[in-house]
Design a protein around this ligand. Sequence first.
Ligand SMILES: [Zn+2]
Length: 556
Amino acid sequence: MTDIDRKASRRLVLALVLAGLAVASLGLLGAGDQVPFQTVAESSDFQATSRYGDVLDFIAKLKKASPHIRVETLCRSAEGRDVPLLILGKPLPDRPERMKGDGRLVVYIQANIHAGEVEGKEAALMLARAMLFAPRPLYLDRLVVLIAPIFNADGNERISPDNRREQAGPAGGVGVRHNGQNLDLNRDSMKLDSPELRGLVANVLNRWDPDLVVDCHTTNGSYHQEPVTYSWPLNPNGDPAILRYQRDKMLPAIQKALGETYGTLAIPFGDPADWRDMEKGWATFSHHPRYVTNYVGLRNRLSILDENYSYADFKTRVLGCFNFLRSILDYCAERTDEIRSLVQAADERTIRIGNAPSAEDGFALEVEVKPLPDKITVRGYEMEIIPREGTWPEIKKTDKERTYLLPYFADYVPKRTIRRPYAYLIAGADPDIVAALRRHGLAVERLTAPARLDVEAFKITALKAAARLNQGHWTSEIKGDYQAETRAFDPGTIIVRTGQPLGSLACYLLEPASDDGLFFWNYFDRYLVPQWGRGFETCPVYRLIEPAPLETAPKN
Ligand SMILES: [Zn+2]
């Protein structure tokens, strides 16, 4: 080192110390703070969003500056882009097995699944920078944080000002909703058609087993003043303790802290139950596990849907999302033991129920939505309703602010429940079906000896294909009844026990009448009608209700 080098390096150290002090005083390292390098959103004064190359450049800078980050590949997209998965921790776990007994929670933040909804991408990059550059490591001694900032990379690269024109910026345009195969990735969690969802399940959920998943979006439609909206996992077949904890404790506390600590208002996600009359209530989205956050709930893990308000300007949305992510991590870092126990108890409960299911242990085949006991406050606007002869009225938002106290339709309750079986038996060992089950991470076995068993067989009474293609599928709606019978099963028959951590997911995938399972998504279509003649075949999936000794081996 020369003297000049030494002086230069001292100046650099001084600059970093000063930057650190600035950071320490603001504590955020968000936009406006003195930061070592900027996102595209920041450097364009929130007129543009990052392209794939910009994201990779930003990640390279993070890696160069810090030993506490590593990058894995979540998947290769249809168009050949490697989708980056950031791993942040201090110490940085070099592989997930090292997390055993670590004591830290694993939190996974996913952004840009709909690539027209881009503020999560910018906010997640800012968050990674904040965690690595804060004077003391933010969170990373308590949490290992995984971030997929650009989950739908192919959709992102179709940036155009013509996309999502109703959204308030960025002026430079955003990407499209679908991936490189024209699939909506937030409808793919059960059928797993896309490389992105297969990568999410294999390389994030099965590999790192995050305790919490956060999925970042932007709203479509409803009018309100709060820049952040959110949801918990909605499907009642997920672990009820996790659902209640998130709904009744965690998210109200995060909403409160988000307002008090960061000055960002939030409400639960929704749309007017009836656009013509706001007073009728606020309604959440669907219970289906094809949505990522609902799917994670069905896997007994915590999940949060983040929906940022489409009509807020881009800077407000990015900072709102950033603050929301901070509030979530603040909450988790304070309650690592509580959340870890919740998740462990959910797995143990699912295994225990599956190993000895009683008549009370049900699986909800049909659900309906009811209002929650407490109303919610929505800071909205007066709406102008202009009647139109013989058709839907014209509905306009006025500029007059109005606060509504509304029933919130977000309580999905079982409408038709069946008993949870001990195991499912699948005759035929179709490799596509076995692969689909294994892809989710389910333990799949095969019979090694003939077995004669008392089972329930599903007799189809009606089979209806959708009149319109849905995500590339003519989905099948199946109706029928279970009949008890004693039946001989050959060696090679596939066994999926429900006494495993993913037991609820197994039920959802394998019940013939399930509204989001493998029957619905056409995996079993070829087995449902006879080659000759009329009527229906018996479904090849049988329910073994009572525990029975089974001679099995893992199915590879
Ligand atoms: Zn979305």
